[in-house]
Design a protein around this ligand. Structure first.
Ligand SMILES: [Zn+2]
Length: 152
């Protein structure tokens, strides 16, 4: 219930704040690293996070020890994820993860859905070394100071 509520209302998955109030033009998504940046049309069951909570999430969530992030302009409802059942045997279809099924797909009748799936569109990948997870105005300690700020 919490996942569907946060995804459908674009609430931060950590603090529950409305991410549209923070930035109505785009939302920050932080996903488990799969060895590449978040791609256009990426499917996810993750809800957005507000930037301050992104710091907390990547520090404390074991699932995000390796992560990728993107600002997303159009996170669109795509379908549902859950346990898919075989229509002939009525047994769960074997698999390691939840099965994602698009709205309109006939397979949805054989799925016990537990999560809503979003399609991420208008993605701008962001990288750790750009300091995107730092609060606005904070100095990224990994970046060199501007030349004029260095005193001798
Ligand atoms: Zn938050």
């Amino acid at each position: 219930m919490r996942q569907r509520r946060t995804v459908s209302r674009m609430l931060c998955q950590v603090c529950g704040a409305d991410t549209l109030k923070h930035d109505p033009e785009r939302q920050l998504f932080v996903l488990k690293d799969v060895g590449r940046p978040i791609e256009e049309g990426e499917l996810t069951t993750a809800a957005p996070v507000c930037p301050p909570c992104a710091l907390i999430a990547v520090e404390h969530c074991p699932h995000l020890r390796g992560h990728v992030a993107a600002w997303v302009e159009r996170p669109l409802p795509w379908g549902v994820a859950g346990i898919l059942y075989d229509r002939d045997t009525l047994s769960p279809v074997p698999g390691d993860d939840l099965t994602k099924v698009a709205y309109g797909d006939p397979a949805r009748h054989w799925l016990v859905a537990t999560r809503q799936v979003l399609s991420l569109n208008g993605c701008t990948a962001v990288f750790k070394d750009t300091g995107y997870l730092l609060p606005t105005g904070a100095v990224d300690p990994r970046r060199p100071l501007p030349r004029e700020a260095v005193t001798t």
